[in-house]
Design a protein around this ligand. Structure first.
Ligand SMILES: [Zn+2]
Length: 123
């Protein structure tokens, strides 16, 4: 478990604490909120992995990212944490949303169910 999001997923699930993850890949930025009554980070990631054809991950323009992309990711996670803490504009648990800054009409909307055999959230 060397990925920080996996560690956060495991710990927050055990403590039944909601948490937010955000990130970017090239121009694609995304954010998701996870919690004890929704699918966990691993379930959502596994659902997306299963949806993609093997080896057919979308090309995001090569290595690296422009600073505004990283900044947008930070803004998304800050907004989502405020939404989680205040309940204002809060997203459903396990819902990931975002956008491709090179193609702003390509929005990200991902919802996947919890897996019944998930080692984290099906305990
Ligand atoms: Zn899970």
């Amino acid at each position: 478990m060397d990925v920080p999001a996996h560690w956060a997923n495991e710990v927050c699930s055990r403590l039944r604490v909601s948490w937010v993850a955000a990130g970017y890949n090239g121009p694609l930025v995304a954010v998701g909120t996870y919690g004890p009554d929704g699918p966990c980070y691993l379930c959502v990631a596994a659902g997306e992995e299963a949806r993609l054809k093997p080896g057919a991950h979308p090309r995001m323009g090569g290595k690296g990212a422009l600073a505004p992309v990283a900044g947008s990711s930070g803004q998304l996670i800050a907004y989502q944490v405020i939404a989680l803490l205040t309940g204002i504009g809060r997203e459903p648990l396990g819902y990931v949303r975002g956008m491709n800054l090179m193609a702003p009409d390509q929005h990200v909307h991902v919802r996947r169910p919890a897996r019944p055999d998930c080692p984290v959230c099906a305990r």
